[in-house]
Design a binder for this molecule. Structure first.
Ligand SMILES: *Cc1c(COP(=O)(O)O)cnc(C)c1O
Length: 370
């Protein structure tokens, strides 16, 4: 039970503290704090099993993982990406001296619209960086077809897509690489953390070198790598977190169901559908507010705040509205009508395992009391 009457859009999953102490005792005993220690190795192994992927490389956070993913495939020139995401998606391109080329999203899924990608390809294009927004899978087949035709790499920003599966398995197996975030606000957190999922050992070895200064052995450095290693304390927490994850997803699903049932009849409040996932992760609960609702999105956002309910307008503003992007030709709103429309209407409602039915009621009552 929460003593804070405020309700936030999310709350991190924190297992009982006493369960974490034995992990700390192990670290204090073996005195291995980082550099691919035993917890790091064990978490990589358990995540591969849990997610159903071949290889994974853990990182200090998702953003450094995105930056390193691009470097590992030697991406240069221009990369096609979505404006409708967290700003780190595009920042990872700028950190590599790559020019982002923004393409509009599909109005239903709010993921990169494959039908609009080809028109944005130039001789400089080397890759596509889509986002599985809210954990809803992109049209991976259509994107791969374009990538094959034009010989482009595909790096998925899968920061929202932990555990999501399509009919054949993990959504993370698509593309050349998929990047996860284990930030406190994500479905699976290690306080801060991230990972790159890759299909073969050779790629994993290169990524492992790049996250450790480019070091191969005591006397060999092959690239200007970064320090992106996950520490033992974060990896240990991840192992504990994994034990509680399935249970937390059960609760997330219940909350998702309650919202959908109670909001179905509310005119002007549209819940987003799934986009073909067979296993979902219920990481966010976005709704789109339309003109048939009596309040504007921003008025509803404010009204919620007045009631101590802190929703978030993910993703408003669009990445393309920030000063380092807005002068790009592809960043103009006329190029991005669907993303602009969604950004002006979206509201993410509170969803996290500890959210009580009473609290969900409070959220819904504010939306209904108009
Ligand atoms: C959270 C997030 C990131 C960044 O991850 P960090 O671990 O916070 O660095 C990148 N992309 C998207 C879409 C995200 O939601």
């Amino acid at each position: 039970m929460s003593t804070n009457p405020n309700i936030y859009v999310t709350q991190p999953l924190l297992p009982p503290l006493n369960e974490f102490i034995p992990y700390l005792e192990k670290i204090w005993t073996n005195k291995i704090l980082t550099n691919g220690g035993p917890f790091h190795q064990q978490l990589e192994k358990e995540l591969c099993e849990h997610l159903g992927v071949e290889y994974i490389s853990l990182f200090t956070n998702g953003t450094i993982a995105l930056v390193t993913a691009l470097q590992s495939l030697r991406i240069t020139g221009e990369v096609i990406t979505t404006p409708y995401s967290f700003v780190a998606t595009a920042h990872s391109l700028l950190w590599n001296g790559i020019k982002p080329v923004f393409v509009d999203v599909d109005p239903e899924t709010l993921n990169l619209d494959p039908a609009k990608i080809e028109a944005a390809i130039t001789p400089q294009t080397t890759a596509i960086m889509p986002v599985h927004c809210y954990g809803h899978p992109c049209d991976v087949k259509a994107i791969q077809k374009i990538a094959d035709t034009y010989n482009l790499k595909v790096i998925y920003d899968a920061a929202h897509a932990f555990g999501v599966k399509d009919e054949n398995g993990s959504i993370l197996r698509h593309g050349d690489l998929a990047v996860l975030s284990f930030h406190a606000t994500k479905v699976f957190n290690t306080f801060e953390g991230g990972a790159i999922v890759c299909p073969d050992l050779k790629t994993k070895q290169r990524i492992d070198q790049l996250k450790n200064f480019g070091i191969v052995d005591e006397v060999t450095v092959v690239a200007p790598g970064i320090n992106g290693k996950m520490s033992e304390i974060n990896a240990a927490f991840g192992l504990l977190q994994l034990k509680h994850l399935d249970q937390s997803l059960v609760r997330r699903k219940e909350i998702d169901t309650i919202y959908r049932e109670r909001l179905a009849a509310v005119s002007g409040i549209q819940c987003l559908s799934d986009s073909g996932e067979v296993v979902a992760n219920y990481s966010y609960f976005p709704v789109l507010v339309s003109h048939s609702y009596p309040l504007s999105r921003d008025a509803l956002f404010q009204k919620m705040k007045d009631h101590g309910i802190f929703t978030r307008r993910y993703f408003y503003p669009l990445i393309t509205d920030f000063p380092m992007y807005r002068s790009l030709p592809s960043a103009q709103h006329s190029n991005l009508p669907n993303a602009s429309d969604a950004a002006s209407r979206v509201l993410c409602l509170p969803i996290y395992p500890a959210l009580t039915n009473e609290e969900i009621n409070r959220v819904i009552e504010v939306i209904l009391a108009i």
